[in-house]
Design a protein around this ligand. Structure first.
Ligand code: TRP
Length: 339
């Protein structure tokens, strides 16, 4: 994310489906905070309407939404500088999604690989909401006329669909109304892999809690998980090229680089050739220094749910102030009668 890429408005969203990991922090939250601190207008959304495209326990959903809000703030997203809110409080998202349901084509939606993955073998039994998920995502972005959307590699196809929807709307109604959004795809370097298997992505749904660092882990747990992370018996290579075919070593080096804001080359210059018995305590110290304050801040924030709800409501009001006029104009373009 360089400064030049963000001359306009940044939007991104995360599903409150429970459990944030170091992967969410390095791949999304930390970058979101950095974009905000470059003085760019940033809008960050907890996409609860997306979460319910697969069944969510209501009590857990409420908790996960508040915890995600705490995670954003603890990671440096300042609700005064950024707009921080949950999607369902700004009904313009769902309203524009309906318009987009009428713009997007069945054939486009059927090609979405995430739908195929999530629906699995029994697609007939998937919710209609899951099928329409990408049209709601396009609405999230375009209801703010957002120009830049930082996401992971897995969301690339959805962003291409967002561009297609914007272009078809503009074409069908002979307007130049919705911007063609730029994806800002997270690089492979920030991809955090499992601590138990360097070929798998670090995931909140992995059965082994030792495979991940949760944003809610305390200092001792973080240090223990790094100490026990899977490695191979060789010391670290002296050069980056030596990390090839050593996914666990590569992952720990990547994490070190991302946490210390250094390049992999710089890190290798510092730690190349060291044994894991020497490198792991360095990584554990770094991870504890960076991550334990986040987990402390999250649990502090979670003690005052009313305050979190207040922050989300203020954010929703600010978001609606941008979204409402854009939706109104969209209704006019489409020919819906109203004041
Ligand atoms: N689909 C995104 C994901 O699962 C979440 C999301 C919903 C999103 N709406 C968005 C991301 C709009 C960016 C912009 O990661």
């Amino acid at each position: 994310m360089t400064e030049a890429e963000f001359t306009s408005r940044v939007f991104s969203g995360i599903q409150p489906s429970g459990g944030l990991t170091l992967g969410n922090y390095l791949g999304a939250l930390k970058r979101f905070a950095q974009a905000q601190d470059q003085g760019i207008e940033t809008i960050y959304c907890m996409v609860d309407l997306h979460a319910i495209t697969v069944w969510q326990d209501p009590v857990k959903l409420r908790h996960a939404t508040r915890e995600l809000c705490a995670g954003f703030i603890a990671s440096g997203v300042d609700p005064e500088k950024s707009i921080l809110f949950n999607q369902s409080q700004v009904s313009e998202h769902a309203q524009l999604a309906w318009i987009f349901n009428c713009v997007a084509r069945m054939g486009w939606m059927k090609r979405m690989t995430q739908f195929k993955d999530k629906a699995g073998k029994n697609a007939e039994n998937a919710s209609l909401g899951l099928f329409g998920y990408p049209a709601l995502m396009a609405a999230d972005i375009l209801v703010y006329h957002a120009t830049h959307v930082p996401v992971g590699e897995d969301q690339k196809q959805h962003l291409e669909l967002t561009r297609d929807i914007a272009a078809k709307f503009n074409h069908d109604y002979s307007v130049d109304f919705f911007p063609i959004t730029e994806p800002v795809i997270e690089g492979a370097a920030t991809r955090v892999m499992s601590l138990r298997d360097g070929s798998k992505k670090m995931s909140k749904s992995d059965p082994s809690d030792m495979s991940r660092i949760n944003l809610t882990d305390d200092a001792d747990t973080i240090a223990k998980k790094i100490r026990k992370a899977k490695t191979d018996p060789e010391p670290l290579p002296s050069e980056v090229a030596g990390l090839e075919d050593r996914p666990e070593a590569r992952n720990l080096i990547n994490i070190y680089a991302a946490l210390s804001d250094k390049s992999v080359d710089q890190v290798m210059a510092d730690v190349g050739g060291k044994a894991f018995s020497e490198f792991k305590p360095m990584l554990a110290d770094l991870a504890v220094a960076q991550m334990a304050p986040i987990s402390d801040e999250m649990s502090r924030l979670m003690q005052d749910e009313a305050e979190i709800d207040r922050i989300l409501t203020v954010g929703a009001d600010r978001a609606r102030a941008i979204a409402a006029p854009i939706l109104k104009k969209t209704y006019e373009i489409v020919g819906l009668v109203g004041s």
